[in-house]
Ligand binder design. Structure first.
Ligand code: TA6
Length: 298
């Protein structure tokens, strides 16, 4: 299928009917649905109305933009790096697997290499391979492999900027980040320590939880749904909701849409990752969705 801007998208389907759609624009997952056809990722309804004002084409607000080689705005590059705004290619060395391969996974392999213009602003030769898969149970898996094909070391930060779809942000809580330290982007990255309770939302939040566990849960009380987020190679979790006031200043975001989304980003944000020549780094994310009634204690 084709993207809004004519770029190809790849559709993945699991045997039981789960679905995912990945755009070659940014290698961005734009949709992930369970086998009941329910959309699990948020995408802004405003984006298409205003995309004409973005130059060059900008990543869709929603889904899972890939933030590389910079997460956030703490470096010299554009916010969240350039990878999300580039057109990726299908990786010929790893052609898409059949939907019913041995692992019963539907997958697509994409690759991004820097253009000459990219090398002008970030002079480091890299190959970024991204495999997006849908497991037979409908879990969504993203595996990023970044290789240094340069003669000298380079450092980068990274994030899977994951927009979860929620029924009502006031009814959502995150478990697994209690008692952790976080850097608060709303107060010059000051360091705080989270208290013992699960995280709930009643105002703007923009935090980098550092050195977090590899499994966390996002409970949507109203939908009776829990997202389980598993990560590997990514020490931090960034939690973001712009809330009412900031939403009004985001042009590709509806004024009320903050109620229906929560970004929970598996990331390497606090400290950069350094790759020596020839070295490769791997960062994994797996999202699953379970009815809350199946979760003991919730
Ligand atoms: O997810 C955290 C964050 O870095 C926030 O600080 C906020 O700026 C957000 O991402 C959105 O970034 P974007 O560039 O997509 O508007």
């Amino acid at each position: 299928v084709r993207d809004w801007n004519g770029v190809d998208q790849v559709v993945l389907r699991s045997p039981r009917g789960a679905y995912a759609r990945v755009s070659l624009h940014g290698g961005q997952v734009l949709s992930w649905r369970n086998d009941r056809g329910e959309e699990l990722l948020f995408t802004s309804s405003k984006f298409l109305d205003v995309q004409a004002i973005f130059k060059p084409p900008k990543a869709m607000r929603g889904g899972i933009p890939i933030c590389f080689p910079q997460f956030g705005n703490s470096g010299t590059l554009e916010q969240h790096g350039f990878a999300r705004n580039r057109i990726w290619a299908l990786d010929e060395e790893h052609p898409p697997l059949n939907q019913n391969d041995n692992n019963s996974k539907a997958s697509v392999d994409l690759i991004l290499k820097p253009s000459e213009d990219d090398l002008k602003c970030w002079p480091h030769g890299f190959e970024f391979r991204l495999r997006v898969s849908l497991t037979k149970d409908g879990n969504l898996s993203l595996v990023s492999r970044i290789r240094n094909v340069n003669g000298k070391p380079f450092s980068f930060s990274f994030g899977y900027h994951t927009y979860l779809s929620v029924s009502d942000i006031s009814e959502v809580r995150i478990e697994g980040l209690e008692t952790l330290d976080y850097l608060d982007n709303l107060s010059q990255r000051e360091r705080f320590t989270e208290q013992g309770d699960a995280i709930t939302f009643e105002s703007e939040v923009d935090r980098v939880y550092v050195s977090s566990p590899n499994v966390i849960a996002v409970l949507d009380h109203e939908k009776k749904r829990t997202f389980v987020i598993r990560k590997e190679g990514l020490p931090d979790v960034v939690v973001w909701n712009p809330w009412e006031k900031k939403s009004k200043n985001i042009v590709d975001f509806g004024d009320e849409e903050y109620k229906q989304m929560l970004c929970v980003d598996a990331a390497a944000a606090e400290r950069q990752i350094t790759l020596k020549p020839g070295e490769e780094w791997t960062g994994k994310l797996e999202l699953s969705e379970v009815p809350s009634t199946n979760c003991s204690g919730h």
